[in-house]
Design a protein around this ligand. Structure first.
Ligand SMILES: [Mn+2]
Length: 369
């Protein structure tokens, strides 16, 4: 198990790399999509939040894919700071909206994704995280509900009143000139079929390129959001995704907070089940109180999830990927994002040190049961 930090696009600078290294990380997971582009209600000093139904921002340039030279340069800059570039998280809606929507540009956009995967392989970046979701992350609210009245995200009731408008997908606007109107609703099986076709076409290319594509579950894990179905909103549904193409390269970006918010199953058992199969590429770690549609994000060391147990299960199952903090509540200081991340990383490193230390064998025996 290695410990990393997730960095948004505007954080891909030496200052943030040094911060990650100083906090004790060996790896980084980078976002190349600028979620904050023209986002009215989505400040850059926070995780992308948006309003309950407001998109995060405007998607990128559909004609411009990330080049091998750009990816290699990024990798070099990160390695210069003594870190590894472990993963790129999320595809740009501009590059694959019609794969999600089964739209007229689907064939062209499947080629986009294959090209991105091949280029990542050439640049030596081992993992691509993605989120096969129409509504994406919507319906959340911010309240001072974490310890010490820290501002944290949460949810209070379903989010189906406002369907997705045309030109918007996965929290982002990909077509600012789209005709007025709403996205027509589809069935859950139609959406599974779109995912299946995507995996059947892309995973063989990922295998050739030596890249793992890794799925985030639906966050928040509601059966529907904005009047559209969702795919992975209970722990068992991850298995269906994995079984579509049984390959190490068809993997998971396992989000502990999201799985803990699911109404069925148990997050500790799910971590055990999927890490034992060797199918988790990397982990988002965050704690939470409650389950959908009523939950609150919390600091790592409070909340419903037993983080020592999660990390000990990963250790016992020889998880060889990266654990990164997901989101944290905003700490009261001039650098709330940094403080939250450093606090979470410190906690993870302490548990990791304990698990790897021979002086704590008795603790290991106890937690491994
Ligand atoms: Mn997550």
């Amino acid at each position: 198990m290695r410990v990393g930090l997730g960095l948004y696009r505007h954080m891909l600078t030496r200052e943030y790399y040094d911060f990650a290294r100083q906090a004790g990380c060996t790896d980084v997971v980078v976002h190349l999509v600028d979620y904050f582009n023209h986002g009215k209600n989505n400040p850059r000093d926070n995780q992308p939040s948006g309003g309950k139904y407001e998109p995060w921002g405007v998607a990128g340039d559909s004609a411009k894919l990330w080049t091998v030279a750009e990816l290699k340069q990024l990798r070099r800059e990160i390695e210069d700071a003594d870190l590894k570039l472990f993963a790129i998280e999320n595809l740009d809606p501009a590059h694959w909206h019609d794969i999600l929507l089964d739209g007229p540009r689907r064939a062209e956009q499947i080629e986009n994704v294959k090209t991105i995967v091949r280029r990542m392989g050439e640049a030596g970046i081992p993992v691509l995280g993605y989120n096969f979701s129409l509504a994406g992350v919507a319906g959340r609210i911010t309240t001072p509900s974490a310890r010490g009245h820290a501002l944290a995200l949460g949810m209070d009731g379903p989010a189906d009143e406002e369907p997705i408008p045309q030109g918007t997908i996965w929290n982002m606007v990909y077509d600012q000139n789209a005709p007025k109107g709403l996205l027509p609703p589809i069935t859950r099986e139609q959406l599974w079929n779109r995912l299946q076709r995507f995996l059947e076409e892309v995973v063989p290319v990922a295998e050739q390129a030596g890249v793992r594509i890794a799925a985030h579950p639906d966050d928040p894990p509601m059966p529907t959001m904005r009047a559209q179905p969702r795919l992975v909103y209970q722990p068992d549904m991850y298995q269906r995704l994995l079984d579509i193409v049984p390959s190490r390269n068809n993997a998971l970006e396992f989000c502990v907070g999201t799985v803990a918010e699911m109404t069925e199953g148990d997050v500790h058992e799910a971590v055990d089940r999927y890490s034992a199969q060797g199918r988790i590429a990397y982990i988002h770690l965050r704690n939470v109180v409650g389950k959908v549609p009523h939950y609150r994000e919390t600091f790592i060391d409070e909340g419903d999830v037993d983080m020592v147990r999660i990390l000990s299960i990963l250790h016992r199952n020889h998880f060889d990927g990266v654990v990164i903090p997901d989101h944290t509540p905003r700490m009261s200081c001039s650098a709330p994002w940094h403080a939250g991340m450093a606090h979470t990383i410190g906690f993870i490193l302490a548990v990791k040190a304990m698990l790897e230390s021979h002086s704590f064998d008795s603790v290991k025996v106890k937690t491994a049961s």
